[in-house]
Design a protein around this ligand. Structure first.
Ligand SMILES: [Zn+2]
Length: 513
C-alpha cells in the first residue's frame, strides 16, 4: 500500500485530558502501508517527503476515526417493527423481527457509521440460528461485509446459555404460558441455543479464519449476567486469559437487572464479576446504568472499562448513567450507539452531542459536567481500548493505524465562528455528518467527497429494499403472532419483580459528588 500525507487546517492527534488536546495547525499525518509514521506541520512533512500523495486540501479538521464501541444490527429494531419499550418487554418484540440478509443488513448500518466518521465498530452479534456451523457462516458473512466497505471491525458473538426469555430459566417461563403458545415459543428459543463449548469453537474458528486480516479482530462477549451461567463465566475467563483478548458484557442496564443480580447471588452484579475473576482493563461493561457507588469504586479500582450507550438508555427507559461520577473516579468510558441513536441511525456526531448534553447537571462547577475533549476521547481512545485493537487505534501517532476522518472546517465554521471557540469544542458541538468529507482506514481512503470508494451504496440499498418488499413469509407471520402473544406474560413476570423499595439510580444521588 502506498504512502500518503493527510493534510488538515487542524490535526487533532489525541486528547490529553478533560480540557486539552494535542492539535497541530496546518498539520499533516504521514502514513505508510496503513501505519502512521509521523505527525507534524504540513510544510515540513511535505518538504521532506516530496511526491507523496496528499489527501485533503488544508481546509479540514483531521481526527482519529471514531469507535462505535457497542453495535448489534443493521436495520434498526424500529424499522423492523419493534417500538421503543422498556428493555425487558422490548426483548419480546424482537422475536418478531424479519429475517434480513446479513451482508446487506451489515452494509446498511456500516454506511451510516462511516458517513459520520466511524472507522471501527465493535459488532456484538446474536440471534443467528444454530447449529454452530451456521453461526460461523453468518458471522463470516457479516465480517466480509465490513471488509467489502473497508471498515475496521472488532467482532464478538454474544454468549447466552440461559434465561433467554426473561430473568428466569426458559422452562420456568414457558410453564407460565398457555400450552399452545409455549409449544410455538419453545422451539423458537431452542433454535438459537448452542452448547456452551460451541461458543469457543466459534471464537477460535473466526480467529483462525481472519488471522491475517488487519482490519478484523475477534474477541468475546458474555451477553449479560442473566444470560450466562457460572460455568459460562468461568469459560470466558479462561478463554480471555488463554488468548489475551478483551471481552464486552452488557451489565446493569436496567433496574430489573440490578434486582436479578441480587436474586441470583445476594450481592451486586459487579461484585459477582469480581468474584468470577472477570474485572480488569480487558473487561468492558456495556450500559452500567444501575451501578451503585460501591460498584463504581470497584470498577475504577480494577481499571474495568464502561461503554456508555446514551441514546439506547433513553429509548428503552433504562435510566441515565452516572457518567459524571465515573469520570471523577477516572473510569475509562467508551461510547456505543447500540441498536440505534436518537435519530434512529448510527451518527456518532449526534451521539457525542447527546453525551455532552445529557449530563449537564445543574450547578456552576465545570468539573461536574462533561467537556468536549472528554467526549471526543470517549469516542476515540477510550472506545479503542474496548476493542481487539487496543491502543493501536483511537489516536494519531507514530505506530498507530492510519484511521482518520476529515471534517470540513469551513462548513462547521461558516459564516462565522468566534476565534476563541476551541477546535475540539467546535467539532463536538457543530460538526454534522454532511461535513464528513473523507474517511481513511488502514491508510486506505474508503469514503471520499462523501462517496464510498469500494462499494455502490445506492445499489446495495436498492437490493435491500427489493428483498424486503416481498410479503412476510408464513414463518415471519408466525413469529409476529408469538411475539404479540408473549408480551402480556412478560409484563406479568416483571410486575412484582423489583424489591418493595427499589434503590434510586446512583446518578440521582450523585449529582453533587
Ligand atoms: Zn447492546
Amino acid at each position: 500500500m502506498p504512502s500518503s500525507l493527510v493534510r488538515g487546517r487542524y490535526v487533532i492527534a489525541r486528547v490529553l485530558d478533560r480540557d486539552t488536546a494535542e492539535i497541530i495547525e496546518d498539520g499533516a499525518v504521514l502514513q505508510r502501508d496503513g501505519t502512521i509514521v509521523e505527525v507534524g506541520r504540513f510544510a515540513e512533512l511535505s518538504a521532506r517527503h516530496p511526491g507523496v500523495e496528499v489527501v485533503g486540501d488544508g481546509r479540514h479538521v483531521v481526527l482519529p476515526g471514531f469507535v462505535n464501541a457497542h453495535h448489534h444490527v443493521g436495520l434498526t429494531p424500529l424499522q423492523l417493527g419493534s417500538p421503543d419499550m422498556p428493555l425487558e418487554l422490548w426483548f419480546g418484540t424482537r422475536l418478531a423481527a424479519r429475517s434480513v440478509d446479513l451482508r446487506l443488513d451489515t452494509l446498511y448500518s456500516a454506511f451510516e457509521m462511516v458517513e459520520s466518521g466511524i472507522t471501527t465498530v465493535q459488532h456484538l452479534q446474536g440471534r443467528i440460528p444454530a447449529p454452530v456451523d451456521n453461526i460461523i457462516r453468518g458471522a463470516t458473512e457479516t465480517l466480509r461485509a465490513y471488509q467489502a466497505i473497508g471498515m475496521r471491525v472488532s467482532y464478538a458473538y454474544m454468549l447466552r446459555d440461559q434465561n433467554r426469555l426473561a430473568y428466569e430459566a426458559d422452562e420456568a417461563f414457558l410453564a407460565r404460558l398457555p400450552r399452545d403458545l409455549a409449544a410455538q415459543l419453545g422451539p423458537m428459543i431452542a433454535s438459537q441455543a448452542i452448547p456452551l463449548e460451541d461458543n469457543f469453537v466459534l471464537f477460535e474458528a473466526l480467529r483462525e479464519a481472519f488471522r491475517d486480516e488487519p482490519r478484523v479482530g475477534i474477541q468475546l462477549a458474555p451477553a449479560n449476567l442473566h444470560w450466562c451461567s457460572d460455568a459460562a463465566l468461568e469459560r470466558v475467563r479462561q478463554a480471555c486469559a488463554q488468548h489475551g483478548v478483551p471481552f464486552h458484557m452488557h451489565l446493569l442496564e436496567t433496574q430489573y437487572q440490578k434486582a436479578y443480580a441480587e436474586k441470583r447471588a445476594g450481592i451486586g452484579a459487579v461484585r459477582q464479576l469480581e468474584r468470577a475473576g472477570l474485572l480488569g482493563p480487558h473487561c468492558t461493561l456495556g450500559h452500567g446504568v444501575w451501578m451503585s457507588e460501591e460498584d463504581i469504586e470497584l470498577v475504577a479500582r480494577t481499571g474495568t472499562r464502561v461503554c456508555h450507550n446514551c441514546s439506547s438508555n433513553l429509548r428503552l427507559r433504562s435510566g441515565v448513567a452516572a457518567l459524571n461520577a465515573w469520570e471523577k473516579r477516572g473510569v475509562r468510558v467508551a461510547i456505543g450507539i447500540d441498536e440505534a441513536g436518537l435519530n434512529d441511525d448510527r451518527d456518532m456526531l449526534v451521539e457525542m452531542r447527546m453525551v455532552l448534553r445529557q449530563h449537564r447537571v445543574p450547578g456552576m462547577d465545570e468539573r461536574d459536567v462533561p467537556t468536549p475533549c472528554q467526549v471526543l476521547r470517549m469516542a476515540t481512545e477510550h472506545g479503542a481500548g474496548t476493542t481487539a485493537f487496543g491502543d493501536t487505534i483511537g489516536r494519531l501517532g507514530p505506530g498507530c493505524a492510519a484511521d482518520m476522518v476529515l471534517v470540513d472546517w469551513d462548513r462547521l465554521a461558516f459564516p462565522y465562528l468566534d476565534r476563541d471557540v476551541g477546535v475540539v469544542e467546535a467539532v463536538v458541538q457543530r460538526a454534522k455528518a454532511e461535513g464528513v468529507d473523507t474517511v481513511m482506514v488502514q491508510g486506505e481512503v474508503i469514503y471520499a467527497g462523501r462517496r464510498f470508494t469500494r462499494i455502490d451504496k445506492e445499489a446495495a440499498l436498492a437490493e435491500l429494499a427489493a428483498l424486503l418488499a416481498r410479503p412476510l413469509t408464513p414463518e415471519e407471520e408466525r413469529r409476529r403472532e408469538v411475539s404479540r402473544g408473549v408480551l402480556p406474560y412478560l409484563r406479568d413476570f416483571y410486575r412484582d419483580y423489583l424489591p418493595d423499595r427499589p434503590a434510586a439510580p446512583f446518578y440521582v444521588t450523585s449529582a453533587r459528588q
